[in-house]
Design a protein around this ligand. Sequence first.
Ligand code: CIZ
Ligand code: SF4
Length: 350
Amino acid sequence: SDPALVARARAAKEALGDSVFVLGHHYQRDEVIQFADVTGDSFKLARDAAARPQAPYIVFCGVHFMAESADILTGADQKVILPDLAAGCSMADMATFDQVEDCWDALADAGIADRVVPVTYMNSSADIKGFVGRHGGVVCTSSNAKRALDWAFAQGEQVLFLPDQHLGRNTAVLEMGLSLDDCVVYNPRRPSGGLTREQLQNAKMILWQGHCSVHGRFSKAAVDEVRERVPGVNVLVHPECRHEVVNAADLVGSTEYIIKALDAAEPGSSWAIGTELNLVKRLANAHPDKNVMFLDKAVCFCSTMNRIDLPHLVWALESLVRGEVPNQITVDAETAHYAKVALDQMLALP
Ligand code: CIZ
Ligand code: SF4
């Protein structure tokens, strides 16, 4: 990265001292990660921000829904800043509040709204988390999705899983013993999700038709290809990948799981990783004694994560030095209240 920008970022951070806390998601660029006070997945970062009440400014190097979660979990006197407002998440954008309200109406029309417990992945807007909190549901991450679903099925007979169909399906089928036939996909662009009344009534898992535009692109063919090319390779993928990819892999787990698996791996072992490319490159650099490779050449960086680059970080930090608060992310009090109900329910999972 440009040495002049590195020097400016360093100077601005030094001038701000303890008043700024910089969070870096694992999928961020190296040029940004070098200035992060902590790194983590979305949930760990939101909690880390809350654990720093003395820092009035949280610069969140990640995407919009993550900054919202940080705003919900931090104190009222902490301001959360997203260095580029265009850093959204295509998956979170696939479930809008209006679409989810329409879906709930469709479930009511089918006579099942009182039997369905909504569960939303962390990767959703604050509006959706608030909706789920208002309707007795829970938030989950890719590390606790099974526990969240176990809890949900103890509260009701059916689950509406938002917005990532792959995490929902993979967890239900691979970890809970449900079958693919127990799952239906609700398409928000069609009346009643494109499902009949019977389909809605008989499904155990109603999966929202959303996916990650990065993880959803890994293919089964790439798994087969790497196994042929690299004898003994361990294929490790994120549960946001498609079911056939997860089925073909050796190991499946969250970002934090992937990082720990590489730490524990034998020197000389080979690993093909199906997750975001910035993280895979960082893991390859951190483990020169292991053969770490990216699973699929057809997949690349998360384009919205990559919007946060060093120029945007420098701009955000220098604005703070001048006493301006750029790009503050706020969630209105009522939405935040109900979103926190669903987040607290997650924290209370057995
Ligand atoms: O795919 C993502 O964006 C993930 C895994 C985010 C997170 O940290 O929860
Ligand atoms: Fe969203 Fe996928 Fe990017 Fe994560 S990697 S921020 S889920 S588009």
